[in-house]
Unconditional design. Structure first.
Length: 233
């Protein structure tokens, strides 16, 4: 695998693409990053959007622009005049019991069967928690937010999900940055939510967690969700 830090040369964008970039349009950014992999048919990467001013290791004056971390199965190819990237091989040596600090942007959903529908329908777990709190007569914004944050933590800490993916959370993670996204693709509306997690995990199954790193966790991975950023704790 390769881990890359990708920056955008805004002069290489048309006005529409620049607007999408600045607004954090997930589908537009996904299409932009595809240009790093011109010969691939299936999406070989995960990505996470950050802001330059949040990355002190850039070593130069931040432009106040978005940048991207990209985890890919093949090495990306720079697009002169548009996308520059710093890439390095990513082959973490994982051991059972190893502690890792992590950051994760994910789309927590729960699937439920509904009468009259062939397939299960996915529901945003934070919105579910908000609706439940209001149905119980809770209208205090702080209390509702606490319910939503707890629901997000429960999703990531879920024992079955953690076991399938080879990790265990050492403590409840920090939760922030909840945002609902809407964009259009081929005339159809795309809606999903994302929330940021930060904390410490224990690797319980190195092989499963390695696969989890490579493929991401949760839904909306094509739109900037599901990519683990890990470091030694």
């Amino acid at each position: 695998m390769y881990l890359s830090r990708v920056r955008v040369a805004t002069e290489g964008l048309n006005p529409k693409s620049l607007q999408q970039l600045m607004q954090g349009n997930a589908y537009g950014n996904h299409q932009l990053l595809w240009k790093l992999f011109p010969n691939e048919d299936g999406r070989p990467f995960l990505f996470r959007q950050e802001q330059e001013h949040d990355v002190p290791s850039l070593g130069e004056q931040p432009r106040g622009m978005p940048l991207f971390y990209v985890l890919s199965q093949i090495e990306p190819q720079e697009v002169p005049g548009l996308l520059s990237c710093e890439s390095k091989p990513f082959a973490p040596r994982l051991q059972a019991g190893q502690l890792l600090g992590f950051r994760l942007r994910a789309n927590p959903v729960v699937a439920r069967r509904e009468e009259g529908r062939k397939n299960s329908r996915h529901h945003d777990v934070l919105m579910d928690a908000k609706r439940q709190a209001r149905s119980e007569g809770i209208d205090d914004r702080t209390a509702i937010q606490a319910r939503m944050d707890d629901a997000a933590r429960a999703w990531l800490q879920d024992e079955d999900r953690a076991n399938r993916n080879g990790y265990r959370l050492v403590a409840p993670p920090q939760v922030s940055g909840y945002r609902q996204h809407t964009s259009r693709r081929k005339g159809k509306q795309i809606r999903f939510s994302a929330v940021d997690f930060e904390g410490i995990l224990e690797v319980t199954d190195p092989e499963r967690f390695h696969q989890n790193l490579a493929h991401g966790i949760g839904r909306s991975r094509a739109f900037g969700c599901g990519m683990w950023m890990v470091r030694r704790a």
